[in-house]
Ligand binder design. Structure first.
Ligand SMILES: Cc1cc2nc3c(=O)[nH]c(=O)nc-3n(C[C@H](O)[C@H](O)[C@H](O)COP(=O)(O)OP(=O)(O)OC[C@H]3O[C@@H](n4cnc5c(N)ncnc54)[C@H](O)[C@@H]3O)c2cc1C
Length: 389
């Protein structure tokens, strides 16, 4: 493919930035348009499975990521009420040797910063404060118009504008995001404020009826990331993500194990956030003409497998490989869609199934790891670097 192709990316989240970097490494230049005035992610952690770590390593980010990532040694499933450990599995070096890449925990803001800095030598490639409002295309080009009135043309538009993707709404209307009835809280507890800072296992999942709580360490173990999911049938706020009152989370977990409450008490005021979890149905098409969906815009999923960002990272590398190896935009986009759609849709449905399992079943069955987790269902083994496209 001609490397002078004019490529626009909308959305500078994890998927958009990874795609821009993968394209840069393949010799293409891109312009990324982001609606926010500055890059950033709210305070929360992220699991990066070996399938995504492999891509980030391939993109040359090992040294840049090393100070920020943590490899958990064990993952444990605990009863949410009694705190009793139901199963513990090795998740450190064993993962590295099984999958050829590590499983990492990282602060989301650190990952965004590493990706943005890797793109930084050409800062003009990132246009902040540009909210896409409309796209128009003919057989040769796409014109994107921004809310503030500017417009720009390109040969290819990659829409990485997230779950609420306006590009998706325009191309494939009729499937607005649906509220799942579940709220997610995320926050970062200060480890030094915990009564027992020697937390074990260092990646823990607490399960119980209609609740889920996970914790793991980030930032050199100085912070413990928490993710809490509980039924909240009435989402009374219009916004999808809000600062949350810690007491509200404590109320939702009343009767649950003391260790959970110790963690909640160690989150600084104003540092806990609440999301309304939304989903959209899987699509059977991500491409229309010269526009392609990528990341959550293409396959928003519930967070029960912790793989949403990881699948977007895979998408980015596959998109770059398809463009490199094809003679035309049409051919590249057809290859991208066919390489990715069944995998992403499968992860989307596995994630929903995992949620049913984690939230609705008797916690005493949670030790049955054959029903839980991404590795037993083969999602970590995918190699976006070498898979046939
Ligand atoms: C509670 C919870 C826990 C999770 N945990 C994990 C985990 O551990 N591991 C994992 O892999 N995934 C996890 N995920 C999923 C992960 O957060 C998402 O899949 C990922 O962040 C999606 O990245 P993205 O770049 O596709 O979209 P987003 O992060 O949503 O980025 C979209 C970007 O597009 C911009 N944008 C939107 N509209 C416009 C517009 N009109 N014009 C210009 N810019 C626009 C937005 O401002 C934003 O910057 C979790 C999700 C939740 C809710």
């Amino acid at each position: 493919m001609d490397r002078s192709l004019r490529i626009h990316i909308v959305g500078a989240g994890i998927a958009g930035l990874t795609t821009a970097l993968a394209l840069r490494r393949a010799g293409f230049s891109t312009v990324v348009f982001e609606q926010s005035a500055q890059l950033g992610e709210v305070g929360a952690g992220l699991t990066i499975g070996p399938n995504a770590a492999r891509v980030l390593l391939h993109l040359g980010l090992e040294d840049a990521l090393q100070p920020f990532v943590r490899v958990p040694r064990h993952v444990g499933v605990l009863d949410g009420i009694s705190g009793k450990t139901q199963s513990v599995r090795d998740r450190g070096p064993a993962y590295q040797s099984e999958f050829g890449a590590p499983l990492w925990h990282i602060h989301r803001a650190d990952l965004i910063q590493v990706l943005a800095e890797a793109l930084a030598p050409q800062p003009a490639d990132l246009s902040l404060g540009h909210q896409l409002a409309q796209i128009d295309q003919d057989t040769d080009r796409v014109t994107v118009s921004f809310k503030h009135g500017a417009s720009s043309s390109c040969d290819l538009l990659i829409a990485c504008d997230g779950l609420k993707s306006g590009v998706r709404d325009q191309l494939f209307p009729g499937d607005p995001p649906r509220y799942t009835g579940y709220a997610a809280w995320r926050g970062l507890a200060e480890r030094s404020r915990l009564p027992d800072p020697a937390i074990y296992p260092d990646f823990a999942i607490y399960t119980g009826p209609n609740r889920f709580f996970a914790r793991y360490a980030v930032r050199q173990r100085s912070l413990v990331n928490i993710v809490a999911l509980a039924q909240q049938p009435d989402w009374d706020q219009e916004s999808w993500s809000l600062k949350a009152d810690i007491q509200q989370v404590k109320d939702a977990y009343r009767g649950w194990h003391r260790g959970i409450h110790d963690l909640l008490d160690a989150i600084p005021a104003g540092q806990c956030f609440r999301w309304a979890l939304h989903v959209r149905d899987p699509l059977d098409q991500w491409v229309s003409g010269r526009v392609a969906l990528l990341g959550d815009a293409a396959h928003p999923m519930t967070p029960f497998l912790g793989l949403g960002a990881a699948i977007g990272i895979e998408d980015g590398l596959i998109m770059a490989r398809c463009l490199s190896d094809s003679e035309s935009v049409e051919d590249a986009l057809a290859r991208y869609q066919s390489a990715r759609i069944s995998r992403a849709n499968r992860v989307q449905s596995e994630s929903a199934r995992q949620g049913l399992y984690l939230l609705n079943r008797d916690p005493s069955q949670a030790a049955d790891r054959s029903m839980m987790g991404e590795d037993p269902i083969g999602l970590y083994g995918y190699d976006a670097v070498s898979v046939a496209i």
